[in-house]
Design a protein around this ligand. Sequence first.
Ligand SMILES: O=C(O)[C@H](O)[C@@H](O)[C@H](O)[C@H](O)COP(=O)(O)O
Length: 257
Amino acid sequence: MSVPTVIIHRDADVLAKAVAARLITRLVDDQAAKGSASLVLTGGTVGIATLAEISASPARDAVDWRNLDIWWGDERFLPSGDSERNETGARKALLDNVDVDPARVHVMRGPDSGMTAEESAEAYAEELRRASRPEDHGPAPSFDVLMLGMGPDGHVASLFPGMPALYDTRPAVAVHGSPKPPPTRITLSLPVIQGAREVWVIAAGEEKSAAVRLALSESGTMQVPAAGARGRQRTLFLLDRAAASKIPASLGRISSP
Ligand SMILES: O=C(O)[C@H](O)[C@@H](O)[C@H](O)[C@H](O)COP(=O)(O)O
């Protein structure tokens, strides 16, 4: 697993714009190199703000949106179209504005599918297995970029401190009793997150600063799941100054004056 690189931006607005620019460039490079790309989206304030900045970017259509596989790191177990679903936020912010291939938008199904949360998680795990290639060496694709928001408690995706999903090695699992509403969710497991080529943890705000410090130290992943948010080739912690306020200055490069 890769050692995190910390990049610090002035505030949440610059952070979202900078991550959007970084992602557009990354997807263009991967599509140029491989003919396609794969991206895992996150919910949360900064995650969705980043998608909105991509949508507003003049460079947006440098990405070949038809040649992009889109997945989610987690989803609230709510009916399709529910405003609280991460999918709904992503569609409104970006996906409805670009020419994605619907067959390559891999949604975590909600209760309106007729499935329980466990059945939906297993269905997603099966979809991940089907998309995995021999060179991925695991039950899920080695995603080019896996984006994660992070909670004040150090959760990423819907992997919350001390909860059973953190110990689960299946590719996708159901979560009950989430401390962050709604209580029932679907999440990728830690091994699948760690199988991604690049993991980008995106966090803004003072309330995240203690968790950021723990996530960048030798904390255990059971106590601080973000401490396990590491990519195979590269890990970025993309922060605003407030979220970075408790880490040693030596660790972060401030990118925005
Ligand atoms: O479904 C979710 O809620 C997210 O996937 C979750 O992991 C989120 O990214 C963090 O809680 C950060 O959220 P904020 O950026 O809104 O603080």
